[in-house]
Ligand binder design. Structure first.
Ligand code: ZN
Ligand code: FE
Length: 263
């Protein structure tokens, strides 16, 4: 299996997973880069996975339908144009012979879903998918999280906790390259986090070399992403000085998300 991102618009990533014959794409906001990749690699388009209804994630679907040989999967609780097989938490989607668990992650939008695949022990050893993989749309970003357009802070906090509980080696395939600006905020929250400083330097080098900072890893996010660290004393202290009503993780999260909106 091969996993990589196709850049689209100014900072979107359309993730592609393929086995050399068949490919799936996640959140094709634009069809053109997908068609170009399918042609270049001579791949069939076996399925499309959608995480939420925003145009920069679904806008390319109509132009891909003539090439599509399988289903479009999308969130059951959002309005997605047909054709679409509507799925939600605890459903399983089988594509390319792989099982993806659907996880409900409301917050950025009210029906946002994520797709998670964890290989069976011993399966697919030595390939690109021997690590678990997560397609999380605009919920979890490297160093940050999505804006709350439709959901509540409590929903987003709960959604992020579900993603934080996934295996540490899970590849986190986010839908935007927001990492450096997120890390600037993260450093304002935790100026003394040495791991965060190291990760920031690494990402700055990657961007300077024209590389993507994604996919990330859950284990890295746990040590650098302030929105996953709402129970860490340094994060609590900063949040308290930016309006957090208490030390409770949800109050810390709420204050951080509010502050980030104006950062
Ligand atoms: Zn979005
Ligand atoms: Fe988006």
């Amino acid at each position: 299996m091969n996993l990589f991102a196709l850049p689209a618009f100014t900072d979107n990533y359309i993730w592609m997973l393929h086995n050399g014959v068949d490919a799936i794409v996640i959140d094709p906001g634009d069809g053109a880069p997908v068609l170009a990749a399918l042609d270049r690699l001579q791949l069939n388009l076996a399925a499309i996975l959608l995480t939420h209804h925003h145009a920069d994630h679904i806008g390319g679907v109509p132009s891909l339908l003539p090439r599509l040989q399988g289903p479009v999967y999308g969130p059951a609780l959002e309005t997605i144009p047909d054709p679409c097989i509507r799925v939600q938490g605890r459903d399983t989607v089988k594509v390319l012979g792989l099982d993806f668990d659907v996880i409900d992650v409301p917050g950025h939008t009210s029906g946002h879903i994520a797709y998670f695949h964890c290989p069976q022990p011993g399966a697919a050893v030595g390939t690109d998918t021997d690590a678990p993989v997560l397609f999380c749309g605009d919920t979890l970003f490297s160093g940050g999280c999505g804006r709350l357009f439709e959901g509540t802070p409590a929903q987003m906090h709960h959604s992020l906790q579900a993603l934080a509980a996934l295996p540490g080696d899970t590849r986190v395939c986010c839908a935007h390259e927001y990492t450096l600006s997120n890390l600037k905020f993260a450093l304002a929250v935790e100026p003394d986090n040495a791991e965060l400083a190291r990760y920031t330097q690494q990402c700055e080098q990657q961007r300077a070399a024209g590389l993507f900072t994604l996919p990330g890893r859950i284990s890295d996010e746990l040590s650098i992403n302030p929105f996953l660290r709402c129970d860490v004393p340094a994060v609590i202290n900063t949040a308290r000085s930016h309006g957090a009503l208490s030390d409770r993780p949800l109050d810390v999260f709420t204050a951080l998300r509010q502050w980030k909106n104006n950062f």
